[in-house]
Design a protein around this ligand. Structure first.
Ligand SMILES: C[S@@+](CC[C@H](N)C(=O)[O-])C[C@H]1O[C@@H](n2cnc3c(N)ncnc32)[C@H](O)[C@@H]1O
Length: 290
């Protein structure tokens, strides 16, 4: 990100979600606030998308990752999770349309500059802030997630769901693992959904280079990629399980099966993983061995 400036890719991702509502008839993901938070109307979003037809693939990916995360979150809340952390929230609108009201406490974590700008967007769009929402400004490259969440009143003893969409590629690998290590230490278990990309040498140069140049021009270069098998092994070694990793073919099969065949094997992935409650520690603290 550019020093002291809000994330421009956060705006771009929000435009993709708004365009999905207008151009794809909300087929994958429904967000009634997607246009409103941008202060844009359907016609202007439509015109911009028509002028840039090459953005369709990214738009569909962003709609799919959001749907995947929100479906997994719904299942987790139904099984008892009461705390959500939206990491690198950008202009994500989940907190303002959550069906769970005060049953789900939501922490929006983001770079301080992006978060300040989001406040202005919410104010200008007259979108009310729900009581369940707490803002936690954190720069992942300078501060640990644990410190930022603690300052915001996060309860580490509660089982928590983390969404982390569109952020991992922009962080150093150290910052990514430091955040995942924090999630893995939570004693009552956690769920995380994030997206990442296959390494550039496995991708079609025309697609990758165009996208990489676009984000670099916005001052937010992609720096971290993962190989799926190595990432899975590393996550397991750090205590994650129930890993579900959808690459381009699985995303297409689940969310737009009528386009199967027109997508490459490599590209963006969406991944969900869980850590178990650490029974020994929890039991150990309440019922010390005699
Ligand atoms: C592409 S946007 C994605 C925003 C949102 N999750 C979405 O899907 O629309 C990237 C987000 O990562 C955040 N980000 C990038 N670098 C960061 C850092 N060092 N610390 C905290 N947040 C960061 C930006 O502020 C921005 O909100």
């Amino acid at each position: 990100m550019q020093l002291g400036r809000p994330s421009r890719t956060a705006w771009a991702a929000a435009v993709h979600r708004a365009a999905h509502q207008v151009l794809d008839q909300r087929r994958i993901f429904v967000d009634p606030l997607a246009l409103r938070i941008l202060g844009r109307d359907a016609d202007s979003v439509l015109r911009e998308a028509e002028e840039n037809p090459s953005r369709r693939r990214m738009r569909i990916f962003i709609a799919a990752r959001t749907r995947f995360a929100e479906d997994a979150l719904t299942a987790a809340v139904e099984s008892g999770v009461r705390q959500l952390v939206v990491l690198g929230a950008g202009l994500d609108t989940y907190a303002y349309r959550s069906p769970f009201g005060e049953r789900l406490r939501i922490f929006e974590v983001d770079h301080p500059a992006t978060q300040a700008w989001k406040h202005d967007c919410l104010h200008d769009a007259a979108i009310p802030l729900p009581n369940s929402l707490i803002f936690a400004p954190v720069d992942f490259e300078r501060q640990t997630l644990g410190e930022g969440l603690k300052a915001a009143g996060f309860d580490p003893a509660q089982q928590t769901f983390f969404t982390w969409l569109g952020v991992v590629p922009y962080l150093t690998e150290d910052a990514v693992w430091s955040t995942l290590a924090y999630i893995a230490t939570l004693p009552n278990g956690a769920h995380v959904v994030f997206d990442y990309s296959d390494p550039p040498d496995t991708l079609s140069p025309s697609y990758h280079d165009r996208r990489a140049i676009q984000v670099e021009t916005l001052g937010e270069a992609w720096v971290t990629y993962f190989e799926a098998d190595k990432l899975r092994a590393e996550l397991i070694a750090r205590g994650f399980s129930e890993i579900e990793d959808l690459g381009p073919p699985q995303i297409a099969a689940r969310y737009f099966p009528n386009r199967l065949g027109s997508l490459p094997d490599k590209g963006g992935h969406i991944l969900r993983a869980t850590t178990a409650q650490r029974l020994n520690e929890v039991e150990g603290s309440s019922f010390p061995e005699s």
